[in-house]
Design a protein around this ligand. Structure first.
Ligand code: NDP
Length: 200
């Protein structure tokens, strides 16, 4: 089975904060809706519609349980949860549990077809950023300080230091398969914007 490329999707402050007290530091419904659309949308090459291709979302155990129980597993996506411990009895649901990052990739590859997104949190982003199969980072940049206690491991915005390259708006739209709103958006008094970074 060929191993898939990995796409990270993350919302982070300009100082790379992504989480606080086990949850998201902000409430940005527009970004949550973007996350939902992008991670659900089948890859452009996939054939419609008799056998719709499901994408995979890979996440850490803490992120999985940060999702309200009525919303998990995330619908219309294959959910893979990484934990060193066995799945708790309280979470017998349609998610797949694995005990390592490589096993998560294998489980995703075994399903075949769809895109594979790494959706957090900080520990799992770190593993993904160390993996050469991670080619794309869909970043929602959020302005402001929120007292974050979890951080994204690499500042992809610093091209010189990290080797990641920011792509233009057209490339972002083509990559996610929708007309992404361009420029700075504002919601609940917070400013944020959508970006794509790639490893050249
Ligand atoms: P994670 O969600 O990354 O989960 C960590 C857990 O993953 C560990 O406790 C362990 O589970 C398991 N794990 C980690 N590494 C390994 C490994 N090598 N092998 C096996 N299992 C492993 O937790 P974080 O605390 O880092 O991140 C959660 C925070 O991030 C929350 O605040 C959340 O809201 C935020 N977040 C923010 C996002 C954003 O876009 N802004 C997106 C996603 C999350 P176990 O303990 O069971 O062994």
């Amino acid at each position: 089975i060929p191993t898939p490329n990995l796409t990270i999707i993350v919302a982070a402050t300009l100082s790379l904060g992504i989480g606080k007290s086990g949850t998201l530091p902000w409430h940005l419904p527009t970004d949550l809706a973007y996350f939902s659309r992008v991670t659900k949308r089948p890859p452009p090459s996939s054939s419609p519609p008799t056998n719709p291709v499901l994408n995979t979302v890979i996440m850490g155990r803490k992120t999985y349980f940060s999702i309200p129980s009525k919303s998990r597993p995330l619908p219309s996506r294959h959910n893979i949860v990484i934990s060193r411990s066995p799945r708790p009895d309280s979470s017998i649901d349609a998610s797949t549990w694995v005990t390592s990052f490589p096993d998560a990739i294998d489980a995703a590859a075994a399903r075949g077809g769809g895109r594979v997104f790494v959706i957090g949190g900080a520990e799992i982003y770190k593993l993904a950023m160390e993996d050469e199969r991670t080619r794309d980072v869909l970043l929602t940049s959020v302005e402001g300080e929120f007292g974050c206690d979890r951080f994204f491991p690499v500042d992809v915005r610093d091209e010189e230091k990290t080797g990641w390259a920011r792509r233009g708006h057209e490339e972002l739209c083509a990559f996610v398969g929708e007309e992404v709103p361009a420029g700075v958006r504002e919601e609940n008094g917070m400013r944020f914007w959508f970006e794509l970074y790639q490893k050249p």
